[in-house]
Design a binder for this molecule. Sequence first.
Ligand code: PLP
Length: 466
Amino acid sequence: MNTAFRAIPSVDVVLRSGTGSVLVERFGRAEAASAIRSQLDDQREIARAGGQLLDAEGVAEAALARLEAASLSSLRPVFNLTGTVLHTNLGRAALAEAAIEAASEAMRHAVALEFDLDSGKRGERDEHLRALICEMTGAEDATLVNNNAAAVLLVLNTLAGQGGGAVVSRGELIEIGGAFRMPDIMARAGARLIEVGTTNRTHEKDYKAALAEDGVALVLKVHTSNYRIEGFTKEVEAPALSQLARAANVPLVNDLGSGTLVDLAKWGLRREPTVREAVAEGADIVTFSGDKLLGGPQAGFIVGRSDLIAAINKNPMKRALRVDKLRLAALEATLKLYRDPDRLVERLPTLRLLARQHDEIATLSSGLLPQVQSVVGADYSVQVVECASQIGSGALPLDTLRSSGLGFRPQSGGGGALDRLTAVLRSLPIPVIGRIADGMLILDLRCLEDPEAFLANLSRLKHGMG
Ligand SMILES: *Cc1c(COP(=O)(O)O)cnc(C)c1O
């Protein structure tokens, strides 16, 4: 026993070993010593149990492995092969190169964020994008906040915050997930909810009756992003709603949710009303997201009538919800890509992935199949599968995009074997995230744009699968 303990090296000896100096070089003396100390504690346990001990080099290697694992960011890139392009839990839109460059520049330097370079006086941060947003949407004025949830909160608080009535159809009182429920947001904004109509049918006369009440501050129309009511339904379209609101002298607010600046039908997707159309249809305020179909960073756009935008900007809550220079820089670069619609699909990853054709994805699947099968080995049979991608983030909820991928079926062990495979894929240097369906793990390849990197990453499995 004593001889076993004496064989355990000291911290200094481990630090002076070859790998020990690599440890110090990479992580600094303090962190290296602390990792070695905890490895040496493990060695003492092993000595007590009469097990096999490591030499100084071996202890240093174990400490290095531990520090390397701990230094991986939990926010590191993953392969999103879930088939959901705008996956909220995986960070939604991947940004365009132009946006990435603009944001890095803004990170690296001081920028004229609230400084007017012409006059040398204090400027406004919204000024950088105001003209561009108005150009893209046809709106009179615009302001920006952290996300669309913040946009809705701020608009409701500004226009109806003192208990003002907000008239909404029952069919549009939605929950978006992540605890964003329209009635709750309304209550937090200080507005009084006035529900009209029924879940499936709301008529003009319902709105008219509500608008005749005292204390109505606005009419709210909400895009029912993540569900659709079908069958015996009736809603009042924005143009008619706008006339009703105008007659009652209150603004119409249209929460578009995802919002898009271009007609997506051009790329084979379903037509969604654009922000420009929502503005033209008479909404006094339109709100929408930066990181859904628009393909930019997280942000909330508020566009519409100048007098209302001015009131929104005066609300002290605006200060708490404002965006930083990184986001402004990335948004400006993203929006500018829309000036050249012909090249948008090449330059904007969200659109590129959504527009990707089935044939191209299927070719990718069959090309990867042999190598992937050889890496995972005989425990799983891999095959090319037809699948359906989703847009995600509540945009066009019922529409799927024909796609292709790889399906992994365990030869034995059923669900347990599938869970083991998904866990091993998640533990790769670049975690691979798929989805389980029909007794298979499916990797939808729509969002795979770098197959070499995917294979190189997967080759690490050979050590993990055993
Ligand atoms: C997604 C969505 C929101 C919230 O937008 P975020 O940018 O995620 O905060 C609000 N309203 C509707 C209708 C939505 O679809």
